[in-house]
Write a protein that binds this ligand. Sequence first.
Ligand code: BGC
Length: 755
Amino acid sequence: MARDLKKLISEMTLEEKASLLGGKDFWHTKAVDRLGIPAVMVSDGPHGLRKQNDKADHLGVNESIKAVCFPAGCATAASFDRDLERELGEIIGNECQAEDVAVVLGPAVNIKRSPLCGRNFEYFSEDPVLAGKMSAAYIRGVQSKHVGTSIKHFAMNNQETRRMSISAEADERTIREIYFPAFEIAVKEAQPWTVMCSYNKINGTFSSDNEWLLTKVLRDDWGFEGFVVTDWGAVDDRVQGARAGLDLEMPGDTSLNDAQIVEAVKKGELPEEAVDACVERVLDVIYRFLDNRDETAVFDLKKDHEKAVGLAGRCAVLLQNDGTLPLTADAKVAYIGGFAKKPRFQGGGSSHINSFKVESALESAEKKGRKVTYTEGFLPDDTAVDQKRIDEAVAAAKAADAAVIFAGLPDSIESEGYDRDDMKLPACQDDLIAAVCAAQPHTVVVLHNGSPVECPWADDAAAVLEMYLGGEGVGEATDRLLFGETNPSGHLAETFPLKLSDNPSCLNFPGQMKSVNYAEGVFVGYRYYEKKEMPVRWAFGHGLSYTTFDMTNVKLSTEEMTDDSELTVTVDVKNTGAMAGAEAVQLYVADRNGTPERPVKELKDFAKVFLNPGETKTVEMHLTARDLSYFEERLGDWYAPSGKYELLIGDASDRILLTKEISFTTEKVIPLHVSVDTIMEELLANPKTAPIMKEFLAKGTANMGGEAEEGSAAAEAITSKMNEAMVKYMPLKSLPSFGFMTPDELQKLIAKLNG
Ligand code: BGC
C-alpha cells in the first residue's frame, strides 16, 4: 500500500520537517519519534560495505565491520560488462539488506580527466558513456534489492587537490558532453534513489548551492526523482541549498543548520513548500527501504569472497602478450615483488574496506602446488632503488623458465584526499623490471594500480597483465589468469599515455589556488590523443585474450536517421581460437561533416559476449540522434548537423574492424540573431538566411574581395579562393563600407534576415 507522505508531512511541525533535512550523526538520518518516523543508516560504498558501528569517520580511518572488498570502479569498468556491474550491485544490495543499510554511497562516476586524480581508482572511465552505462547497471543491481544508491560526486569533482574549495571552470558544452552524461545516463536509465553533490564549485558556485545543477539539470532536464545529499560536509549556505534543491545535509548533527531553515521560512526567505518537497523526497527513500525489508538476507562472507575472486578475474586487462601467458602448469616460475605476497587490492579513504580474507597470488600458487619461487625484489611501500634486491631478483629470474613481477603503486601514492605527483611507478620497481626483462625473456609484469602508470620497460616485457585494484580476491584471480584457468577479457576504460605530459589536462591540473581551468574542453582522454594523432602506450578500449575473435556481418536497422529515430546495430562475433573467452564489442560514432571541434570518434555503445571455441553469437547495440550530437550552446540543446555519420565497430579504439555510413536529417535549426556583426559564413550556413544571402550575392556582388585588371600582377594575387574567403568572413557592417549598399539598405536587410 502506497504511503500518504503528503498527509504525514501535513502533520509535522516546521521544526520536525527541518530536522529531517539533516543527519543525526555520521551515518543516520534523524527520526521523528512523535510520528513514528524511524532513522535509517547509510554507508560507504561503492565496492564493498564500510559500515561503521562505532567510531565514525569519512576517510576510512576507524574500523568498520568485516566485509568483502570487491574490485574497485577502475577494474569493474574495464570489464565493459554491464552484467558484471549488475551482479556486483545485487551482492552489495543484499549485504545492505542483511546489515540494515538503506543507502550505499556509490557508485562514484567522476570522469578521469587526469591520470593523477587520487580517487581515479574508485571512478570508472575517461569516457562518459562507458561510465554512465556501467553505473546504471550497478544501480539497477543494488536497487533491485530495495536498497538505495547515491551516485557521486555531482559534479566535476575530478581531483582531490583543494576538492572542498576549488572552482572547476568549463564551458557548458564541455560540462554537458563530458562531465554530466555519467550522471545523466544513470538517472535516465536507473533512477538512483539519491545523488550526492560534490564539494567543489562549478564555475564559481558550490554544487550544494547550485540551483542550475540540482534542479534545472538534474530534475527538470533529466527527470531525477530521488533526493540530493551533500558529500560529507559539503554544505555551503544551508538555506540557499534548500532553495537550490539540496535535500539532505550529512553528516550530523545538523541542528544549527536545521534552525536556519526554520528561521528562513519564518522570515519568508524560503517557501515552506520548498521544505515540504525536500522532506517528501527524503521520506520517500526512507520508506522505500523500510517497506521492503528483506528479513531473510544474509551477509555470507565466504560466499561473497568467492564472488569477489570471480569478478576480479573478469575485470583484468591483458595489455600485451608474446605468448608467454598463459604459463604452463609445469613451468618453473620466479615470483618477484612484494605485491606477490601482499597484494595491493584497494585504495585509501572512504571506500576502504575492512576485508574479510585476502589470499595472495603466492599463497594461491603454493596451495595449488605450482613450481614457484619468491624473491622480494622491492618493498611495496618503498621507492628507493636497492641494487642488492634487484640482483637477487635477476638471479631468481635467470634460474626459472619465466618470471612474474608483481608491481604496482604503494598505498601512500594513491588515495582519496590528495592527487599523485607523477604517473610513475616507484623507481625501485621500474629499475627492477628493466633488469629482470633484460635477464629473462619470459618476464610478465602484473600491475596493481588504480590509474595508469608510465611503463618505460613495456617493449621489453613479454606480457603485461593489469589487475587494477581488484579487491580482496585479486591474488586468487591473478593465479587463475596467469595459468590460463581464467581467460582475460577486460579492456581499458582509460588511455595509458606514454608519459604524463602527453595528457590533455597536463597544463591545467590541479589548477591554481581558487580555480582549475578545464582548458582542454571536450578533448579528454582518447578524444584528445586521437585528434592530436599522438602515440599512446595502450589505447582506450584495448585488451587482449588467450583466444581470438572475429567480427563480421554488421547490420543496421536503418541507414537513414532523423531526430526521432532509433538505430539497432547487430554484429556477429566468433571465437576463432581454442579457448573459451569473452569479447568487448565497441561502437564508436564519427561526424563526417567537417563540423568543427568534434572528436575523431566517440564511444556510444558496447556489448560483452562470452563465447566457447568456434561459437558465434550476434550482439546488439543501439543509437539515437543524441548519439550523433554535440551540445550546441547556441541552441541550448543537443544537435547533429544533417549529413553523413560513420559507425565504427571494433575491439579497441585503435582496432576498428567494421564500418558503416549512415545519413542523418535534422529539423533542428540553430537560432541566429542577425546583427551588423554577423558574418556571411553564418548567414550562408543557416537554412533560413542562406537563400536571402545567396540571392543578394547573385546580384553581382560576388567579387567582394576586389577586382584587378586582367593579366596584371594584382590579378594573380586575387585568387578565387581569396575572393570566397573575403565573402565568407565579411561582417554585414562591411557592406556599406565597401559600397555594396547604403546603411539604410543594410538595416532593411538585417530586418529581413531576422524575419
Ligand atoms: C567522500 C564520499 C563519501 C563520504 C562519506 C567523503 O569524504 O567524498 O565519497 O561517501 O565522505 O564517507
